[in-house]
Design a protein. Structure first.
Length: 84
């Protein structure tokens, strides 16, 4: 189990190491996120790293304790909702 800060740092160090990620800026990569926190819980800085990637999510609305989150992390043009 990771604290949010640790998890964010882990993703920030992992993304640049993905061999084919830079080929399309991540547009051909899929990330799976569960619960209302979605990507914002484990990877707060996701907009700087994987904003163009496809997200599979169980929720589209945002319900979480993050006062800094003012924009939804779900994009109807590229993301997919799985009933949860």
């Amino acid at each position: 189990t990771f604290e949010e800060k640790e998890s964010n740092l882990l993703f920030k160090s992992l993304i640049p190491k993905l061999k084919h990620f830079q080929r399309s800026g991540g547009k051909d990569h899929i990330f799976v996120w569960g619960g209302g926190f979605a990507v914002d819980g484990p990877f707060r800085d996701w907009r700087d790293y994987i904003k163009d990637s496809i997200f599979l999510m169980t929720e589209t609305e945002f319900w979480n304790p993050y006062s800094w989150q003012t924009k939804s992390n779900f994009n109807f043009a590229k993301d997919i909702v799985l009933p949860g």
